[in-house]
Design a protein around this ligand. Structure first.
Ligand code: TXA
Ligand code: MG
Length: 373
């Protein structure tokens, strides 16, 4: 299949830009598009064949339900059996935006879209291209993250091309996703409401609207073998994982950087290619490692120059700036695949607020391989 790449400038777009994409979606075909969180792989949410195509293109297990995207609140009505008051409250505060709500589904949504469940996940993205695409298509758009199953989610069109070129009909290139981590998922079919996946909309923000909301226990899990089943089916799979062996080091930052440096030198000695995921605060502590290449997140990330380097020190941003770390995390994990890192050592970040979402993704990427130093 030939994948059409279509550039759209959000600050200067017209209906004409969306004509082909909207026609493809109405015909049951697949179009990847930018959202404020990550890129989505869209198909007609009412069409079970389109959903089947999404699972096939991603190589995703078909029991892992898709999020249905809408462009205004009234579009929720045909998708759900009833609208709880909490949904209106959350919508007033956080939609359009990086929040997904789980509600009881109507019969109009096929089980293929919801991975066999009687509930449906719904989100109203704020990205102008996503919003316009849904409007122009005139149908709700089922869209998981636009990555090959198991790989880090995609925050740029180039990432989508890496994973899905030749497997889908179109990719809309609208630049980088600002937030960089997937939406917060809230289950409103239980009381109290539960956060199934942490994201940019934090527990603290949600409590202003729903004071008794809690994390689902699976969100707080910190080891692989804790026997807790995730309520969001997607959260139980190995996810976001780079190909190399990723370990997170937590504790006092002097001890963390000291231990990472020792590990790097050991692996270097044994002839391996090593990656370090670090911050502005700790990056300089690795400056005396010979043959290392320093990458500052976003800028020259992804370029393959200096092929002689065996150690790649990737500075993702300041520990004080969680939004910057969130926005660059998946790009960093993909970078380590590109340079074929065999071992990757990451410093842990502070949990709470947006840090909860950052550590949730990083711990999954590491298969919960966390070392306290
Ligand atoms: O930010 C986002 O949410 C992005 C953009 C494209 O909107 N989408 C996204 O979709 O991250 P995906 O498919 O990668 O993740 C959806 C998650 C999965 O963990 C899935 O199991 C869960 O949502 N989910 C979907 N429907 C559900 C349901 N009815 N009940 C529980 N979990 C559900
Ligand atoms: Mg995903």
């Amino acid at each position: 299949m030939k994948t059409v790449i279509k550039k759209i400038d959000a600050s200067n777009m017209s209906s004409e830009d969306f004509k082909e994409a909207a026609e493809l979606l109405r015909a049951g075909k697949l179009v990847a598009f930018p959202t404020e969180t990550v890129y989505g792989l869209g198909g007609n949410a009412y069409d079970s064949t389109a959903s089947a195509r999404i699972y096939a293109a991603k190589g995703r297990p078909s029991d892992n339900p898709l999020i249905v995207h809408i462009s205004e609140f009234s579009e929720i009505e045909p998708l759900v059996s009833h609208i709880p008051e909490e949904a209106r409250r959350l919508s007033d505060r956080f939609w359009p935006g990086p929040l997904t709500m789980i509600l009881d589904k109507s019969d109009a949504i096929p089980k293929e879209t919801t991975g066999g469940l009687d509930t449906v996940a719904i989100r109203m993205p704020s990205h102008p291209i996503a919003n316009r695409l849904i409007k122009e298509a005139g149908i709700p758009i089922a869209a998981p993250s636009a990555n090959a199953s198991g790989r880090p989610s995609t925050t740029k069109a180039e990432h989508v091309i890496e994973d899905l070129d030749g497997r889908i009909d179109m990719i809309i290139d609208g630049g980088s996703s600002d937030i960089g981590l997937e939406s917060t998922i809230v289950d409103l079919t239980v009381k109290p409401a539960l956060i199934l996946r942490p994201g940019y909309i934090t527990l603290e923000m949600l409590r202003e609207a729903l004071p008794d909301i809690e994390y689902d226990r699976a969100v707080l899990k910190r080891t692989k073998d804790e026997n807790i089943v995730a309520k969001a089916p997607g959260m139980k799979y190995r996810h976001y994982a780079p190909k190399g062996d990723l370990t997170i080091f937590e504790g006092d930052i002097d001890a963390v950087s000291g231990t990472i440096k020792k590990k790097v030198l050991e692996k270097l000695e044994a002839g391996h290619v090593v990656g370090v995921l670090t911050s502005d605060e700790l990056a300089k502590r690795y400056s005396d490692i010979t043959n290392a290449r320093f990458i500052h997140g976003g800028s020259n990330a992804g370029s393959k120059e200096n092929a002689d380097a065996r150690v790649f020190i990737y500075d993702i941003g300041s520990r004080e700036n969680e939004a910057e770390i969130a926005a660059g995390l998946f790009d960093a994990l993909r970078f380590f695949d590109e340079i074929k890192a065999e071992f990757i050592y990451a410093e842990g970040f502070t949990e709470g607020g947006l840090g909860q979402a950052i550590m949730n993704r990083l711990m999954k990427a590491a298969g919960y391989h966390i070392v306290e130093v």
